[in-house]
Ligand binder design. Sequence first.
Ligand code: PRT
Ligand code: ZN
Length: 294
Amino acid sequence: MTERLRIAIQKSGRLSDGSMELLKNCGLKVSRGKDRLYGRVQEMPIDVMLLRDDDIPEFVADQACDIGIVGENVFEEDRLGGAREDAAEEVMRLGFARCRLMIAGPKEWDYDGPAHLNGMRIATSYPGLTQAWLEREGAAAKPVMMKGSVEVAPRLKVADAVCDIVSTGATLDANGLKPVATVFSSQALLIRNKEPFPTEKQTIFDALIKRINGVITSRDAKYVMMNAPRTAVEAITEYLPGADAPTVLDLVGAPDKVAIHAVCRESVFWDQLEELKKLGASAILVLPIEKMMA
Ligand code: PRT
Ligand code: ZN
């Protein structure tokens, strides 16, 4: 039987769409029935396990899965809690499900720094990350563990403040709270078991990582084409954001002009196009890149 790489992703929640989308952009289609905990990829020998996000680090640490996608906040909290901290490790950040773990308190607070929190009780589902931040900042406050609905704790007088995940800030706002300090910035993280994979599995892993890298680098990348005076090539090359050596082509019947083609690894904005025009560029085209492999 050929070896298959097992990846754990969140079944349903804020990480699941991004995780599925990433696999899809890697050219992998996951076939699964409704409510099934298990999916199979046709295009590569990969199996997908659909789990609660909190279980993913443990499944990877226990080798029930080889790799997994989890929020950095959950992984780091587990690590601080000492949960099998040596058995799983970070492979790379994936650039989605971005959020921040933040200290928040009543809107009428006059927050002037961490010392403001002295003597307070802070409700959180992340006591490890919260405690580490409090110690680093020298604030004498105490995290109080709450599993869910952390944002209601101050109203119930269970705590004076909260330390919770914030993305738009709407939840805090609706509960009369305001964020005052960032404890931890998070995004989706690819993790793996630390044990070396057997050769066959390693080959599948390497192929997948190559595709993921391709997806991540092409996400913001653009293919930029323009015509320009031959004398402006150097200035334009220097100006293009994150571009490698561009391709410069002669234009038929216009000896003073060239066509410049370049891959820009960062987004290209309107004001940058204006700048290129000032440098003499014309007929500028910016095209999306679907796939890229170094
Ligand atoms: O069922 P399961 O256990 O799998 O899921 P879950 O409910 O525990 O987690 P889920 O799906 O809510 O979040 C999974 C991961 O997504 C988290 O660990 C974070 O890494 C990331 N993430 C990104 C978020 C948010 N954004 C987010 N906004 N996790 C939670 N929230 C919650 C937050 O707790 C608060 O209740 O959304 C609310 C705040 O949102 P705003 O937009 O009002 O600020
Ligand atoms: Zn969860």
